[in-house]
Design a protein around this ligand. Structure first.
Ligand code: HEM
Length: 143
């Protein structure tokens, strides 16, 4: 094998094993669920703006189901920072708590939409935005 071909082979092997051995930052199942949450919330807010609260409340159910899936995942940041032992367990528990609190807010949003309580809907949207900020500030890797 000539030197150039050998080098190309080594590069391609190490590249592919790096890709398959570990997930990259934007390639996680959690990221996929989050992207779905983002688009569903976008559609949900359009529904609310056009007065379609019934459709919006169904979308809240979908968002909750993605958060339930997200609850079973571990943020990429924890492995990027090589967290282990107690520290890892603490961070996992905190992450689950923020997800659970978010689900409780979404359940309230669903009830508010069903009873057309728009003052409450607005306030709950604000609370969901705050959970997003908290969740990303604490658990999203900087990459
Ligand atoms: C409810 C509103 C939320 C929306 C719309 C949302 C949206 C997103 C989006 C679009 C991403 C992909 C990366 C990016 O573009 O920034 C992402 C990533 C991420 N989000 Fe959220 N998010 C929300 C709430 C949360 C909450 C409450 C948590 C934590 C409890 C959380 C934790 C994360 C983490 C950890 C990542 C990085 C993915 C990974 O580590 O694999 N997000 N989010």
């Amino acid at each position: 094998m000539n030197k150039g071909l050998l080098a190309a082979t080594i590069i391609s092997i190490s590249y592919s094993s790096a890709v398959f051995a570990s997930e990259s930052c934007d390639d996680t199942a959690l990221n996929g669920y989050m992207e779905s949450i983002k688009s569903e919330i976008g559609l949900l807010s359009s529904d609310v703006k056009s007065g379609n609260n019934t459709s919006a409340s169904h979308r809240v159910d979908t968002v909750i189901s993605y958060f339930k899936k997200s609850r079973n995942e571990i943020p990429y940041k924890f492995s990027a920072e090589k967290l282990q032992g107690n520290k890892l367990e603490e961070q996992k528990a905190e992450y689950i708590k923020v997800v659970d609190d978010t689900i409780v807010i979404l359940e309230k949003l669903e009830k508010a939409l069903e009873s057309d309580d728009m003052t409450q809907v607005k306030s709950l949207f604000g609370q969901i935005g705050a959970q997003r900020k908290l969740g990303h500030g604490s658990f999203k890797a900087n990459c």
